[in-house]
Design a protein around this ligand. Structure first.
Ligand code: NAP
Length: 296
């Protein structure tokens, strides 16, 4: 029996682990993929207070090593279900604890257009920092209008021959400073008011069809980087904790779910700002509250 089971080894889950380990609690963290969560995909983190600039993967590695140094057990197992008695079933076993902290993060949102799924890994990517180097000297497109898309464009413009930035609106929600940097690049073409409607290619991406104010245009590219935000992946918890209409775990006052002894931290919960700063904040509060409540 563990004191706390933490689901997810992103910044929220690992911070919860750090705080719980420092309080001498017996904990385990379950991670289905690689530790670090979405921040691993960030080319550069420049808005984390006290860290002027660091790659997302370095940040994740440092946090993971910090947690491991405290003796935290991280098991690379996929959580399949939890129950209200704080039992957790993974693809490899069953575990129980006095408390559970849910920090599963979010998935990449997909365009849901023809050939997208078929060409994942064959030109379609959701991570410029992971896959950008495969497109050295080639033409690529980035879809999206948020910070991820803008930062992906900056990163890819130093590697690729040409980068199209395609956004469905006439303005971006990503940082103005990053956009200014992009505009200085002579190998970036910005296409606004345009949606990608189809990806062409049989063995690999060859071109995309975009719809620009009712006019169709075909753009030849080798790689398509989809950076259109994220979606929650909380379905497996829906019989135990309340989920809102967008799929996020309801977290009334921050980290409490609707079920006593089950807490939530990070991007998986309903919140107005999903950032590294808010994820680590959630993780520290969730662990502190869980420990306090289990001892009362
Ligand atoms: P985001 O801010 O949610 O932006 C998603 C973008 O994709 C929006 O421009 C959205 O357009 C567009 N979009 C959504 N669905 C689409 C679809 N089906 N087809 C075409 N376009 C679609 O996502 P994000 O850029 O991944 O950022 C997520 C969070 O991480 C944000 O809070 C962001 O600030 C943060 N972040 C921060 C940094 C940093 O500070 N260094 C870096 C990366 C990300 P609409 O506006 O039309 O919906």
């Amino acid at each position: 029996m563990y004191d706390i089971i933490i689901v997810g080894a992103g910044p929220a889950g690992l911070t919860a682990a750090l705080y719980a380990a420092r309080a001498n609690k017996k904990i385990v963290v379950f991670e289905a993929n690689v530790p670090g969560g979405q921040i691993v995909n960030a080319h550069m983190v420049s808005n984390y207070p006290g860290v002027k600039s660091m790659s997302g993967s370095d940040f994740a590695t440092n946090l993971y090593n910090q947690v491991i140094d405290y003796g935290v057990e991280v098991k690379f197992e996929t959580v399949l279900s939890i129950d209200e008695n704080k039992n957790v079933t993974t693809d490899k076993g069953s575990y129980s604890a006095k408390a559970i902290i849910l920090a599963p993060g979010v998935d990449n949102r997909k365009l849901r257009i023809e050939n997208e799924d078929k060409l994942i890994g064959k030109g379609v990517s959701y991570c410029a920092t992971c896959d950008g180097n495969f497109y050295k000297g080639k033409d690529v497109a980035v879809i999206g209008g948020g910070n991820t898309a803008l930062e992906d464009v900056l990163y890819l413009s130093d590697i690729c021959s040409k980068v199209y930035l395609i956004h469905r609106r006439d303005s971006f929600k990503g940082a103005e400073l990053t956009l200014e940097e992009i505009k200085k690049k002579n190998n970036v073409e910005i296409i606004l008011n345009s949606s990608v409607t189809k990806i062409n290619g049989i063995e690999k991406v060859e071109s995309i069809v975009i719809n620009n104010l009712d006019q169709e245009q075909i753009i030849n590219i080798d790689g398509l980087f989809v950076a259109i935000g994220h979606e929650p992946k909380n379905i497996m918890f829906k019989n135990v904790v309340d989920i809102d209409d967008k799929g996020y775990i309801v977290s009334n006052d921050g980290v409490h779910t609707s079920k006593k002894g089950i807490y939530v931290a990070g991007d998986a919960r309903d919140k107005i700002l999903r950032q590294l700063t808010t994820a680590v904040s959630d993780g520290s509060i969730a662990a502190t509250v869980a420990i306090k409540e289990m001892e009362n």
